[in-house]
Design a protein around this ligand. Structure first.
Ligand code: FES
Length: 105
């Protein structure tokens, strides 16, 4: 794999190479970030949500869209599932400092 840009995590500003082949959650795991996830990356819990601050990312996948449609009030503008979304070039993402509710609860 060849990086296509830089992935920057807010609020701490940690940076790492961005790979289009990997989800944001996989990126987080690769650098041992303690990123929330409660369903193993199956688009079921919503706890991995991140807000895309800037940069291009992959389109919304069908499973991700289903969760967004089932819980329309639970996604802030620009929020995506880290277990589904992939960076395309330089991307800045924000992780909520508040605990994110498991949508299955
Ligand atoms: S880890 Fe559960 S929706 Fe992403």
């Amino acid at each position: 794999m060849k990086p296509t840009g830089t992935l920057t995590w807010l609020p701490d500003g940690q940076q790492q190479p961005a790979y289009t082949e990997l989800t944001m959650l996989s990126h987080a795991m690769n650098v041992d970030r303690d990123h929330p996830q409660a369903c193993g990356g199956h688009s079921e819990c919503g706890t991995c949500r991140v807000r895309i601050v800037s940069g291009a990312v992959s389109p919304v996948f069908p499973d991700e869209r289903l969760l967004m449609e089932d819980f329309p009030g639970s996604f802030r503008p620009g929020e995506r599932l880290a277990c589904q979304v992939r960076p395309v070039g330089d991307v800045v993402v924000e992780v909520s400092i508040d605990e994110i509710q498991d949508l299955r609860d």
